[in-house]
Design a protein around this ligand. Structure first.
Ligand SMILES: Nc1ncnc2c1ncn2[C@@H]1O[C@H](COP(=O)(O)OP(=O)(O)O)[C@@H](O)[C@H]1O
Ligand SMILES: [Mg+2]
Length: 234
């Protein structure tokens, strides 16, 4: 059975009120299946981060419905959304968002403790992941001693630590050169394919789109499937 890991239905998001209201998402719908890697592409200000924050249970929509792993998370409390994030989601942000005063190994153990899989097993898993991303020799380094590419690889390992069903990446290649950027996106694609995860990456980096299964464009908060968008070409 094909499982839908992430579903957004008719999601609207309005920031502010009255004169100052900004419509950031306009009736956005997306369904992502197990084993599927979807890119959401659009210019700055089009609503990409808002979309990802709502898909990632970091922000509530103004209206619409969100399901993660078949569970409706639309009306959960902030505390319950926190559990959903820890149990189901792995985040990779543009700025890698590492904690400055923790070593590479500690970054991974921190999320694992929060997810309540602590101890020796967690440390072993963390080391395996860091080996997978080529950072075993950087275990005890602090973020400031790492290159941009190494930081982003540490963030990827951290995102995979709790074995999330859904991986969400916000412009993960933005601070990297094209070779390192591509390596990061390949790691996400591998995880999706080899372990049957689902991933959504928002980006405006055209160079990595061939690694995704599906491309959705976003414009003024509305989503369009690329095929429809390009139908006039065929
Ligand atoms: N917290 C906020 N309050 C008010 N407006 C916001 C907020 N966050 C984003 N916006 C506005 O919503 C729109 C979409 O922003 P965003 O989702 O960050 O787009 P992107 O990630 O594509 O650059 C923009 O017009 C932005 O200015
Ligand atoms: Mg953004």
């Amino acid at each position: 059975m094909m499982v839908e890991k992430l579903v957004l239905e008719n999601v609207n998001k309005v920031y502010g009120e009255g004169e100052a209201a900004v419509v950031a998402l306009n009736n956005a719908s997306l369904r992502v299946k197990e084993g599927e890697f979807v890119a959401v592409v659009g210019p700055s200000g089009s609503g990409k981060s808002t979309f990802l924050s709502i898909a990632g249970a970091l922000l509530s929509p103004s209206s619409g419905r969100i399901l993660i792993n078949n569970r409706d998370i639309t009306n959960l409390s902030a505390r319950e959304m926190g559990y959903v994030r820890l149990e189901n989601l792995g985040f990779i942000f543009q700025a890698s968002n590492l904690v400055p005063y923790l070593t590479v190994l500690e970054q991974l153990l921190l999320v694992s403790k929060l997810g309540a899989h602590s101890g020796k097993k967690a440390e072993q898993k963390a080391k395996e992941l860091l080996e997978q991303v080529g950072l075993l020799h950087r275990l005890n380094h602090y973020p400031e001693k790492l290159s941009g590419g190494e930081r982003q690889r540490a963030a990827i390992a951290r995102a995979f630590m709790n074995n999330p069903e859904v991986i969400l990446a916000d412009e993960p290649t933005a601070s990297l050169d094209s070779k390192r950027g591509r390596a990061i996106v390949e790691m996400i694609a591998d995880e999706v394919k080899s372990r049957g995860k689902a991933a959504v990456m928002v980006t405006h980096d055209e160079r990595v789109l061939d690694l995704c299964d599906r491309i959705v464009t976003i414009k003024d908060g509305a989503l369009y499937e690329k095929q429809e968008n390009c139908a006039f070409r065929s």
